[in-house]
Ligand binder design. Structure first.
Ligand SMILES: [Zn+2]
Length: 167
């Protein structure tokens, strides 16, 4: 059974309306749990090979998410709640990288701890953080996309809330 706080976080994840809301939630819980924060990131959507959910280029201020996988999860998940769980988990993972944590296992462990604390161990986001999204959606393993597309889309107004005018 989730605690009352976890039930509230579950509602928040389920009710996310867009990338910006998802990222605001990621930032606020990472601050609460790990006391870490940064601003000024941008989000780029790009078609990438299906084994790659997203990445953060070290030293850059961009998170690049795989639009092909996002669309696939949206289709397979069949509910906004599950799709939001995926989106939240992937953004949390990349945000932790963007805070300077390079080691993949450390980031995976922290993402799991974050989701477990917020949402409980039986929540979709926690299960995806512990294993892999394809544990929950085995269909993802048989997808054939293997190319990077040259086209990409920059998500507008991403992470603008905490920026100051002094750059
Ligand atoms: Zn990673």
């Amino acid at each position: 059974m989730p605690t009352e706080e976890q039930a509230q976080f579950r509602d928040k994840v389920a009710g996310l309306k867009d990338f910006n809301q998802a990222f605001e939630l990621v930032k606020s819980v990472v601050l609460q749990k790990f006391r870490m924060h940064r601003a000024g990131l941008s989000l780029i959507l790009q078609m990438m090979p299906s084994n790659l959910g997203a990445y953060h280029m070290l030293g850059s201020n961009a998170i690049v998410m795989n639009s092909y996988l996002l669309a696939a999860v949206q289709k397979i998940a069949g509910s906004v709640k599950e799709y939001n769980s995926y989106l939240f988990m992937v953004l949390a993972h990349e945000y932790l990288h963007s805070l300077g944590i390079v080691d993949e296992n450390t980031v995976r462990q922290m993402t799991f701890e974050l989701c477990n604390w917020m949402l409980g161990d039986d929540h979709t986001a926690t299960r995806m953080a512990k294993e892999d999204p394809s544990t929950i959606y085995p269909e993802l393993r048989s997808m054939m996309q293997s190319q990077f597309s040259r086209d990409f889309q920059v998500v507008r107004n991403f992470d603008k809330t905490n920026q100051t005018y002094i750059q």
